[in-house]
Design a protein around this ligand. Structure first.
Ligand code: GLN
Length: 549
């Protein structure tokens, strides 16, 4: 059975619990242990798939096609473990499961209650995510409890982990509590009171933290840590100072220097080798010594919400680390391009149109793509960014008038992008989109393996095949594909059975680097390994920068 590290948060949200959990995972892996990380979200939505990016930030897609919390992205970037559907669950899923059992009569007529039925279900879900009893169970399951201690919604989760740790027995679980130690400028002091209250709240529920991670904008001096130790009943060496840093990839070292991995191994009586974090140190060295700065224009809609492009901005940073470039991303609202024109893009080393949904700003993105194509600026299109590259090419090169995606113009005479159901009917009739369609379940989701055409840029970067994750409803329309290909667009990869377009590009004779993909490569980029497509893209940006000197 795996051992458990439970991570809770106090005082306020957004302290970086996910990154703390992921960094502990990285440290434990560096000691030769296997880990998995689970996130429990206390909201009632079944998953974040249908939530607005304003509410939730990025939706991270797992290999097996689940739409999950963006913290799972951090878990995959920091550790070698791959998350699956069961690594993330919500209160909504727990209630859904309990209510189905109730309808099937599985509770044998008992009154179904939060305790024990909901709390038991949570424990069962934790064990399922941790793969307890499976042959490939990890040594350690790190379980992050979403929300903040003191929230009504979080209570069943806290009760469940308390019970689970009791049942798991001595030395099988470790509690890490993350709190805020704010600096009050007028007093010139760090304040420990909120931490004190937060730990008290946790103890009321019956959980005594083994380690306290204290977030602050500066290192917390020893006397303050001693004070926190005294009132929270946590040994002084277990009061960890987690100060703000310029890069999240510094956190594993910061935790290791304060003996976090030693203390966890000690708490769980784990026999592990000494940590080796040379790869993280190497990354920091690269981060500190870039040879140039590369400016990427990311033309999107949720530009004020960089959280909604989390994996993507990280993937660009990773590509920078592996090409010795500091990548600076300018988020450009595509509506400003509709208003002011695309010319401003010429000052950038590369242009990127990311994934997205909905009509607003689409024409601005198309103009940005046209500009990048004509000015030979390296262009990477992701998901919607590929669909719009096809639309732009269809309109402006293939001469398909008013070409569009039916997502934006259902009446388009040249629907080069459409729902499969809209273009498969032999009579050419288009089915109306059903308003009652299950918004949570109609997407192409998850990873798919596809062959790549030899001799293409895609083959140069990926090799003979690609295995990346999807999250979209619309596809390139196979009925119009030939016309676009005849006009010179290269389809470099398609799905094996339905021939759905996976990757497109322009030949090198026409454009130095113009590649767009229907999937989301950003989900598989990690700081340690980088990602072939993003690396190649940033290399092209570097070449443009050098050539303009
Ligand atoms: N809106 C498009 C679709 O559903 C693109 C989705 C995306 O970019 N993730 O197909």
């Amino acid at each position: 059975m795996p051992k458990f590290v439970f991570v809770t948060g106090g005082v306020v949200s957004s302290l970086g619990k996910g990154i703390a959990a992921a960094s502990m995972g990285a440290l434990l892996e560096s000691r030769g242990l296997t880990v998995t990380i689970i996130k429990m979200d206390p909201y009632l939505n079944v998953d974040p798939g249908t939530m607005s990016p304003f509410q939730h930030g990025e939706v991270f897609v797992t290999e097996d096609g689940a739409e999950t919390d963006l913290d799972l992205g951090h878990y995959e970037r920091f550790t070698d473990s791959r998350t699956r559907r069961h690594n993330n669950f919500t209160t909504g899923q727990i209630y859904d499961s309990v209510l189905r059992k109730e309808r099937r009569g599985e509770y044998l007529g008992k009154t179904v209650q939060v305790i024990p039925h909901i709390t038991n279900e949570i424990q069962a879900f934790i064990h399922r995510g941790a793969r307890t009893d499976q042959d490939d169970a990890p040594d350690v399951a790190i379980v992050e409890v979403g929300g903040t201690v003191g929230d009504i919604e979080s209570l069943p989760f806290l009760e469940a982990i308390r019970q689970l740790s009791l049942k798991a027995g001595r030395n099988n679980s470790c509690f890490v509590h993350l709190t805020l130690v704010p600096y009050i400028p007028s007093a010139g002091e760090l304040k420990t009171k909120p931490t004190q209250h937060s730990v008290q709240k946790l103890r009321e529920i019956g959980i005594s933290p083994n380690l306290l991670f204290c977030r602050a904008d500066r290192a917390i001096p020893e006397d303050e840590r001693d004070k926190i130790s005294l009132f929270s009943n946590v040994p002084a060496e277990a009061v960890i100072s987690v100060a703000d840093v310029d890069s999240i990839y510094r956190i594993p070292r910061m935790l290791m220097e304060q003996g976090v991995d030693d203390q966890i191994c000690d708490c769980l009586k784990l026999d592990a080798k000494q940590p080796d974090i040379a790869v993280w140190d190497d990354l920091i060295e690269r981060l500190e010594h870039p040879q140039r700065e590369i400016r990427v224009a990311m033309v999107g809609k949720y530009v004020d919400l960089t959280e909604s492009y989390k994996s993507l901005s990280e993937a660009l940073i990773h590509a920078g680390l592996h090409t010795r470039s500091k990548v600076k991303i300018d988020y450009i609202d595509s509506e400003t391009i509709e208003r002011d024109g695309p010319e401003g893009l010429s000052q950038f080393d590369a242009v990127l149109v990311p994934g997205g949904f909905g009509k607003r700003g689409v024409e601005g993105k198309i103009r940005a793509i046209e500009f990048a194509r004509k000015q030979r600026i390296p262009y990477l299109g992701i998901c919607l960014g590929m669909q719009l590259a096809v639309v732009e090419f269809a309109r402006n090169v293939a001469g398909l008038a008013k070409a569009n995606s039916t997502e934006f113009d259902p009446q388009s005479p040249n629907p080069v992008i459409a729902l499969i159901t809209e273009w498969v009917d032999a009579d050419g009739s288009r089915q109306n989109r059903s308003e009652e369609s299950d918004m949570g379940g109609t997407m192409r989701l998850g990873a798919q393996r596809c062959a790549i055409r030899a001799g293409t840029k895609a083959a140069q970067t990926y090799g003979p095949e690609v295995y990346e994750r999807h999250r979209h409803r619309y596809e390139v329309n196979n009925r119009l594909k030939d016309k676009i290909v005849q006009a010179g667009l290269v389809v470099s990869s398609e799905t094996p059975h339905e021939s759905l377009v996976e990757m497109i590009e322009l030949p090198e004779s026409v454009h130095p680097w113009f590649v767009a993909v229907q999937f989301h490569p950003e989900f598989t980029s990690t700081p340690r390994h980088g990602h072939p497509l993003f690396k190649s893209y940033i290399e092209a940006a570097v070449a443009r920068k050098e050539s303009r000197k």
